[in-house]
Design a protein around this ligand. Sequence first.
Ligand code: G3H
Ligand code: 13P
Ligand code: ZN
Ligand code: NA
Length: 280
Amino acid sequence: TGVDPLGLITAAQAGGYAVGAFNMHNPETTQALIRAAERADAPVFLQVGRAIVPHMGLRAAYEMTRRELDASGLQAPIHLDHGTYDEVFQAIRLGFDSIMFDGAHLDFEENIRVTAEVVRVAHAFGIPVEAELGRIPDAADDIPWEEYYTRVDEAERFVAETGVDLLAISAGVMHGVTGVEPRPLDIERIRAIRDAVGIPLVLHGASGVPADQLHAAIEAGVHKLNADTDLRHAFRRGIEEVWSRGDRQFEEAVSEGRERMIEATVQKMREYGCADRGSA
Ligand code: G3H
Ligand code: 13P
Ligand code: ZN
Ligand code: NA
């Protein structure tokens, strides 16, 4: 395809904003992200993530996304989010435009070794690689936060030895949203990692993080923001609102969910600064 995923990130770096990367869960949520990018005139990464893969399988998720993209006028990279070792090679064969290999559960030396292998293969196919260092906790985890944070010295070695294109870091974010006030991002750490590695950074778990902190993170070197939960909640509110008014058609409820998700995604694109930058 004609998309250049890294080009979108480089443009974000030059323009001082971040590109939104959002997860699909079915055809309607895929349509919501595509229509949001069209409505906001924004670049977007369409992410095949941890939820949809067990739901429909990697191949079906990829083919569904490609079909929806082809049916639209939009150009956007289809990105594998939190890929396992087996999934990244399958994704390369399927035609994904961009991949993330998530080796954060491996010990440091093993993460370097396996990530470097993934990068060699992906780059041979012209596919950029995002990797993760440090661990991004789930909202439900009760964990010693600072121990999960990405270390500056490790990040420097990791990027130099693996050749990754994008680095996902841990600095206060979590996957999901809790009722409680999230802890502030460690902006100084993000800046120090950026200065040490010299490649664009990725912040996962952007749902639930206040806009001013996201703006500080962008200023400190983050140019891809991953969000899922807030958009899923918007979809759910649309469905629930229709059904709470009585027994409506399934399609009527899902259409309302899709519209709510479009609106929530456009809102995030404005917040991230990528609205009105032109889609891929
Ligand atoms: O086709 C891809 C294989 O799964 C690659 O595995 O890294 O062990 O060569 P490998
Ligand atoms: P949230 O659900 O917290 O937005 O995280 C999404 C994410 O990081 C996907 O990789
Ligand atoms: Zn994530
Ligand atoms: Na989050």
